[in-house]
Design a protein around this ligand. Structure first.
Ligand code: HEM
Length: 409
């Protein structure tokens, strides 16, 4: 695809979303985004089904669009809502959780969870996280090398955390791992993806049944007691809310751990900096979030009113794509955006989204990522890739990631 092609007279673009990443540069967003930002920052693209949509590529435009929940809906069940692929339609179309709702209903549902995900609350999980990390490291040490860091560290960390938060039997993490992977993969057929989602929803239905007297102090029992039994949320919505916590908290963090490790191994001088000065770790985590922008298919909206952005007028009924990976590499905001630099002040990044839908679990994600990156390279100072980087397989999924990361030390 060349981005310099002119738009057709009908206004339907020849630029097809999604764009491909460049061969040999798997950690960078598709180069087309930078070219479009330069040429025509808000432009039309054609989606997989031939439908047109608006694409924004500048940081301030993406942020303005994500921040405007009044005029831009997140409700995927609305006619004309834009999507990346048929599988993405199957994944998101049936969702009945608050990331797919607009205010005021969105706000009422989100409020049911905010206290549990507040900074103070998630910091209390630190001792649990430290001992769980220690177990993962011990498991790595006991395994024959090379070790797949995805299986031994990146996936178990968030899986154990979410299982702890929802107070589920630990042996369920494998079941969830499998269903989330199949649900999120864009290589799954729409039927496979829907079936995996349905399995997890069925599990949550049984869980709600088990805890229906609402007597326990765990999060699920409290949600049942305080919101289901009072009629504020339906049973189906509660199932979907629990599913959202599972998928929202699991794949994103797992992929950040795996890709973050790879990024640091590929930038040894940056890695040395955080090994020598652990105080740099929180800043390095923000830079990893910016640089990797793993939620690369997040930022789809449907205009429900007229919106002006970047000198363009978007009409009600138009689809909008506001990719955070484009915003996070905008040179107008981040100097030399393609350079990975752990000393950069990356805090304004949009990796957790922006506006009312900004990630509910961001404090938790930060605690997990900071714990991993302050300890992994201290514990395994000689950690290195066990295969050439060209042999790694990157995921075609809603959240960007890597299938396996074979490491040795
Ligand atoms: C590094 C890890 C993570 C990344 C990069 C990430 C990214 C995001 C992004 C970009 C959004 C906005 C979606 C949109 O605007 O459509 C979001 C929303 C959300 N995330 Fe995360 N997330 C992470 C970890 C977590 C964790 C650990 C949890 C909880 C267990 C979580 C739960 C949620 C929820 C519930 C929402 C919906 C918020 C709303 O609509 O009000 N996320 N996340």
């Amino acid at each position: 695809m060349t981005v310099s092609e002119p738009q057709s007279a009908t206004g339907v673009s020849k630029y097809h979303w999604p764009f491909e990443r460049k061969r040999g540069c798997p950690l960078d967003p598709p180069p087309a985004l930078a070219e479009i930002r330069e040429a025509e920052p808000v432009t039309r693209v054609t989606l997989w089904n031939g439908e047109p949509a608006w694409l924004a590529t500048r940081y301030h435009d993406v942020r303005a669009l994500l921040g405007d929940a009044k005029r831009l809906s997140s409700d995927t069940s609305r006619e004309g809502f834009p999507q990346s692929s048929e599988t993405a339609v199957a994944q998101r179309g049936g969702q009945k959780n608050f990331v797919r709702m607009d205010p005021p209903k969105h706000d009422r549902h989100r409020l049911m969870l905010t206290a549990d995900f507040a900074v103070k609350q998630v910091r209390a999980l630190k001792p649990f996280m430290d001992s769980m990390l220690e177990q993962c490291f011990a498991d790595m040490e006991a395994s024959a090398k090379p070790v797949d860091l995805v299986k031994k560290l990146a996936q178990p960390v968030p899986a154990n955390v979410i299982v702890k938060i929802l107070d589920l039997p630990p042996e369920l993490s494998d079941f969830f791992l499998d269903r989330v992977n199949r649900w999120m993969s864009l290589d799954s057929t729409p039927e496979e993806s829907s079936a995996a989602g349905a399995d997890a929803l069925d599990y949550f239905d049984r869980l709600i049944e088990e805890r229906r007297d609402g007597r326990g102090e765990d999060l699920v029992s409290r949600l049942v007691r305080n919101h289901l039994l009072t009629g504020e949320i339906t049973r189906l919505e509660l199932q979907h809310m629990l599913h959202l916590l599972l998928v929202g908290g699991f794949d994103t963090t797992a992929n950040m751990i795996a890709l973050g490790t790879l990024t640091l191994l590929e930038h040894p001088e940056q890695l040395t900096r955080i090994q020598e000065d652990p105080e740099l770790v929180p800043g390095a985590v923000e830079e990893l979030l910016r640089y990797l922008s793993v939620a690369h298919h997040v930022g789809f909206r449907l205009a429900v009113d007229e919106v002006e952005v970047g000198g363009r007028c978007i009409h009600a009924g138009d689809g909008v794509v506001a990719p955070i990976m484009a915003a996070n590499r905008d040179p107008a905001v981040f100097v030399e955006p393609d350079r990975f630099d752990v000393r950069r002040d990356a805090r304004g990044h949009l990796a957790f989204g922006y506006g009312v839908h900004q990630c509910l679990g961001q404090a938790l994600a930060r605690v997990e990522l900071q714990a991993v990156f302050s300890r992994l390279f201290q514990r395994f100072p000689g950690l290195r890739l066990a295969v050439p980087v060209e042999e790694l397989r990157f995921k075609n999924a809603l959240i960007y990631g890597i299938e396996e990361l074979p490491v040795t030390w």
